[in-house]
Ligand binder design. Structure first.
Ligand code: NAP
Length: 298
C-alpha cells in the first residue's frame, strides 16, 4: 500500500528514521518537530515540513506521534492552538508510538470522543530497529482501526500485533520493558565478570551468543559495553520514565516487581552522575562502580 496521506509528529531518535521509511514507501508525509533542526532532510525526500502539529495533521488519514510521556502526547494532540486535532479531518486515525502508561492511553482513547479514532502502538527494537525498519509494534484499539494502520506501519514494523482493546498495546510494552532492563542488567554483570576473570569480554560474548544466553541486549548492546561506548540508542531518562510507568501500574494492582524495582534504583545512581542522556546499556557502568571503579557522564 502506498500513497496514503499521513502526518508524523516527533522526529527524535526513533521518529526520524520511521518518518523517512514512510516516505521511502511512497506515502505523502507531513512532518513536525518542536526543534526544527530535526526536520532536516525531509523536504529533499518529498516530505512537507510543518510549523505545528495542527498543520501537519491537515488532510492526513493517519496521524502518527512518537514523542515522550503521556502529557507530551496530550499536548501534541489536544493543545488548544497547535494540537493535531485542531485541523484533523473528522474520523482521522491517530496512532501513538510513544511509550506512555496504559491508563494514559485509555484516557486519550476516551478523549477522541467518537470524533476521531486512536490506536496505542508502542514500539520495541531500539534505534537500530527504527533505522532497519524492523520494529515490533504492539497495539491496542479497535480491530478495524488496527487493520487500517497496519499496512502503513509495515513501512517500519516487522512484527505488528493487535494485543487487545484500548491501552493493551501499552500493557504489552510495560511487560516488554521488564524483560529489556533485566536482560541488560544480566549482560552488564556477565561482561564485567568476564573482564574481572581476565577473559576477553568480546570472546566471551562470541562464545555464548548462540547458546541459551542469546538475547537482543547481548547482541546489540554487548558490543557498546565492551567498547566503553556510552552513547544512547535509548536515553536513560526515557528508560526511567518507562520503569516508573511499569512500577506504578504494578503497584496499582498490588503486584511486586522486585528485580525491576532494584534496576530502577540503580539507574537513579547513573542519573545522579549525569547519565540522563547516556544509553540505557550504561547499567554496565553501575556494575563497574560497584566493583570499585569510578564513572561520571561527561
Ligand atoms: P527522543 O530522541 O528524546 O525524541 C523525542 C521526540 O519527541 C523529540 O522529537 C521531541 O522534540 C519530541 N517531543 C517530546 N515532548 C514533546 C512535546 N511536549 N511537544 C512536542 N514535541 C515533543 O526520544 P526517542 O528515543 O525517539 O523516543 C520517543 C518515544 O519512543 C518515547 O516515548 C520513548 O520511550 C519511546 N521508545 C524509544 C525507544 C528507543 O530505543 N529510543 C524504543 C522504544 C520506544 P524535540 O526534538 O523538540 O525535543
Amino acid at each position: 500500500m502506498a500513497g496514503v496521506p499521513v502526518a508524523f509528529i516527533g522526529l527524535g531518535l526513533m521518529g526520524r528514521p520511521m518518518a523517512f521509511h514512510l516516505l521511502k514507501h511512497g506515502h505523502a508525509v507531513r512532518v513536525f518537530n518542536r526543534n526544527p533542526a530535526k526536520t532536516a532532510g525531509y523536504a529533499e525526500q518529498g516530505g512537507v515540513v510543518c510549523a505545528t502539529p495542527a498543520e501537519a495533521a491537515r488532510g492526513a488519514k493517519i496521524v502518527f506521534t512518537c514523542v515522550g510521556d503521556g502529557p507530551d502526547v496530550q499536548q501534541v494532540l489536544f493543545d488548544e492552538k497547535t494540537g493535531a486535532t485542531r485541523e484533523a479531518s473528522a474520523g482521522a486515525l491517530f496512532v501513538d508510538h510513544s511509550t506512555i502508561a496504559p491508563e494514559a492511553a485509555q484516557q486519550i482513547h476516551a478523549r477522541m470522543d467518537g470524533r476521531w479514532r486512536f490506536v496505542d502502538a508502542p514500539i520495541s527494537g531500539g534505534q537500530k530497529g527504527a533505522i532497519d525498519g524492523t520494529l515490533a509494534i504492539m497495539c491496542g484499539g479497535a480491530p478495524a482501526d488496527f487493520d487500517e494502520a497496519e499496512p502503513v506501519m509495515r513501512s517500519y514494523g516487522k512484527k505488528i500485533t493487535l494485543v487487545g482493546g484500548p491501552g493493551m498495546g501499552q500493557a504489552a510494552k510495560a511487560c516488554n520493558q521488564i524483560l529489556v532492563v533485566n536482560s541488560i542488567m544480566g549482560v552488564a554483570e556477565a561482561l564485567m565478570l568476564a573482564r574481572r576473570l581476565g577473559a576477553d569480554p568480546a570472546k566471551v560474548r562470541e562464545a555464548i551468543l548462540d547458546g541459551a544466553a542469546r538475547s537482543w541486549s547481548l547482541e546489540v548492546l554487548g558490543p557498546k559495553m565492551i567498547a566503553g561506548d556510552d552513547s544512547a540508542g535509548f536515553f536513560i531518562k526515557h528508560q526511567q520514565k518507562d520503569l516508573r510507568i511499569v512500577l506504578e501500574s504494578a503497584r496499582a494492582k498490588n503486584q511486586p516487581l522486585p528485580a525491576t524495582a532494584l534496576i530502577h534504583e540503580i539507574y537513579k545512581m547513573l542519573q545522579a552522575r549525569g547519565g540522563d542522556k547516556k544509553g540505557n546499556h550504561c547499567l554496565y557502568r553501575a556494575v563497574q562502580i560497584m566493583g570499585g571503579e569510578d564513572w561520571r557522564a561527561d
